[in-house]
Design a protein around this ligand. Structure first.
Ligand SMILES: [Zn+2]
Length: 189
């Protein structure tokens, strides 16, 4: 942060405010404390009969890789509205949302990922500006090696497992960056 969004001053320092425990961007001119908290990524897993709708990304990161429709929740927006908006923007697809299905904490990148199951309402879909292609995939045809994000792969694998078991719950988990290899492990190959 270079300038205070409250008063415009450049007198910004990273320090622990009185009574707090973590460093924050604090404005020396107006004393505003600029808290930074995790962002919410919301989306859905749209299903038509046995098939799942995936979007091929037209933007970085992971351009050309497949993903489920999802994006950052906007201020003033409900989770459901955000999931439906992202699905419309990325896949021109209309869905009926089913219960929340996957909630994944990503502490290292300060995001929380929330995915609903969803029923695709019609086959009138196609790529929006952020997608190269939008397609329905059978489980056997999912391009596992070309899935854009670990959160998406985890959500899809869990979905196909639950579908076989015949019960969908809410799955709460976390994805944390793997610890770096120690020199010993690297030397041992
Ligand atoms: Zn200020």
């Amino acid at each position: 942060m270079k300038f205070c969004s409250h008063c415009g001053s450049a007198d910004i320092a990273l320090r622990i405010p009185p009574g707090d425990s973590l460093p924050r961007f604090v404005c020396g001119a107006c004393d505003a404390i600029h808290y930074e908290n995790p962002k919410i990524v919301v989306g859905c897993l749209p299903v038509w009969e046995d098939r799942v709708l995936l979007c091929k990304r037209a933007i970085e990161p992971r351009l050309g890789r497949w993903t489920l429709p999802a994006g950052f929740l906007e201020n003033g927006e409900t989770l459901q509205a955000g999931a439906m908006r992202e699905t419309l923007e990325e896949a021109n697809a209309r869905v009926e949302l089913l219960p929340l299905y996957a909630l994944i904490s990503l502490p290292q990148i300060a995001q929380v990922y929330m995915m609903f199951r969803a029923r695709l309402l019609d086959l009138d879909f196609g790529p929006g500006p952020e997608s190269l292609e939008v397609e329905l995939f059978d489980e056997a045809d999912i391009p596992w090696e070309e899935i854009a994000f670990r959160t998406i792969a985890r959500t899809l694998r869990r979905f196909f497992l639950d579908r076989r078991l015949g019960a969908f719950g809410l799955h709460v988990s976390a994805l944390e960056r793997r610890p770096p290899l120690t020199p010993d492990l690297v030397a041992a190959g």
